[in-house]
Design a protein around this ligand. Structure first.
Ligand SMILES: *Cc1c(COP(=O)(O)O)cnc(C)c1O
Length: 428
């Protein structure tokens, strides 16, 4: 009763609240399994911090060149141990996920080389990086070609097409773990491992990079445990734990990471420069919190799928599937429904709860995008957010939530707005 009153005060009607509770009752076992994964990954992070003797000196700010930045260097050792790689580059100078991926790609591809995506089209912003859409400074402009093997209609790998696409110029293979703005399934680490093994069997010296955005700590293994030469991601998604205000990471082999560092700063300088600007407490603490934060986001995603699938909307992943990232796509079928959904997410936020999200032409995307986010860190999508390109099938991509309770409120509010707009009628 008390709880219902609290939700009512937040704008959720008793009917929507009770509908949510009825959906939740069936999810207890799945939530327990998510907690177990978080507990395992918390152990992994703690072990890496203990092994590297993290102490207060690692939290000191550095400026200027950042020579002998022990906090930064040790954080990179911690990341390398968490991801079980030889080396890592973890920097505030990496401005976002697209930047981290660009560094990893352009550092490890030379003119005449070919990049292959065996999993269909990459994330929207990478189209310009690669040159699929023309852009200044694309890999294409530097003489790097691109090949793609599409997934089969059922979302599985097309091994024949992949075999046919690998040639003497294939230098790097890029695998995107999360679906991004596509309605294909996200891949499990196990599936990615099998794909890596297949590619390396055909061409043993080919390098494999995994775009790990949104996948970190969802499972007990990471793609770097199963043969990836580089895993790449953003610190304003999972591994920043909501505390990192900027940054990206690349974990991988010494050979690949050294090249990435030379590309990010300058040949010869590499990892020696790059002041931490006082961000080390947020980077260490964010990584420490990340497994728990990811578990809350996962519960939110599963709750959303179970709410919306029962109301007749198609969800990817569906209500019962295993999770390989924190993204939940809900196909709402119309521009109006996308806007109502996003209004609900926005209204549930701790920051900017009073604003109304509107579609806009976001840089790097080729159709208008609507975004709802009331985040402490601008654009942070480990915080509760929903977005999607305004184009058929009118799917919103929902993710994040620094706590499960906030994710829950956001989903209930989205449903409330859909009900208020007459776009959804709750079952009796
Ligand atoms: C978010 C994301 C990116 C790009 O990251 P930004 O930080 O938005 O530049 C790339 N790939 C995938 C799969 C993503 O989810």
């Amino acid at each position: 009763m008390e709880m219902e009153t609290m939700y009512q005060q937040l704008g959720v009607s008793p009917a929507v609240y009770q509908y949510g509770e009825s959906v939740l009752r069936a999810l207890r076992e799945r939530f327990d399994a998510i907690d177990q994964t978080a507990e395992y990954n918390q152990g992994k992070v703690l072990a890496a911090m203990q092994k590297n003797r993290v102490n207060v000196t690692h939290f000191a700010a550095t400026t200027g060149y950042g020579y002998d930045d022990e906090g930064r260097d040790n954080l990179e050792r911690v990341y390398a141990d968490v991801f079980h790689t030889e080396a890592a580059l973890v920097r505030p100078q990496i401005t976002c996920g697209t930047h981290a991926l660009t560094v990893a790609l352009s550092a490890n591809l030379l003119p005449g080389d070919e990049l292959l995506s065996p999993v269909g089209a990459p994330y929207d912003t990478l189209e310009e990086v690669i040159g699929i859409r023309e852009s200044k400074c694309s890999l294409k402009e530097y003489g790097v070609t691109y090949a793609q093997a599409d997934l089969k209609p059922d979302g599985s790998f097309d091994y024949d097409a992949i075999r046919a696409a690998i040639n003497e110029r294939t230098k790097l293979i890029t695998i995107q773990r999360s679906k991004g703005y596509a309605t294909r399934p996200s891949f499990s680490v196990q599936q990615i491992g099998e794909l890596i093994a297949f590619c390396k069997q055909i061409k043993p010296d080919v390098k494999v990079m995994v775009d790990n955005c949104y996948g970190e700590f969802v499972e007990r293994l990471e793609p770097s445990d199963l043969g990836a030469d580089m895993v790449v991601g953003s610190l304003i998604k999972n591994p920043g734990g909501g505390l990192a205000p900027i940054g990206g990471y690349i974990c991988g082999t010494k050979e690949c990471i050294e090249r990435c560092a030379y590309r990010l700063s300058a040949p010869g300088l590499g990892q020696e420069v790059g002041a931490n600007l006082g961000l080390m407490p947020a980077f260490y603490q964010g990584l420490f919190l990340s497994p728990t934060v990811v578990s809350g986001a996962l519960k939110g995603a599963i709750f959303a799928a179970n709410i919306y699938e029962r109301l007749g909307f198609s969800c990817v992943p569906n209500a019962t599937e295993d999770r390989h990232d924190i993204i939940q796509a809900v196909t709402l079928g119309s521009r109006e429904a996308m806007m109502a959904f996003c209004r609900g997410i926005q209204a549930a936020a701790p920051v900017d709860s009073y604003v109304t999200p509107e579609p806009w032409a976001m840089p790097g995307y080729d159709s208008d995008v609507i975004m709802a986010a009331g985040a402490f860190i601008q654009g942070s999508s480990i915080e509760l957010s929903a977005d999607g390109p305004i184009r058929p099938p009118y799917a919103v991509y929902f993710q994040g939530g620094l706590t499960w309770y906030h994710a829950k409120l956001g989903i209930l509010m989205s449903l409330q707005k859909l009900c208020d707009a007459g776009l959804v009628v709750l079952p009796e």
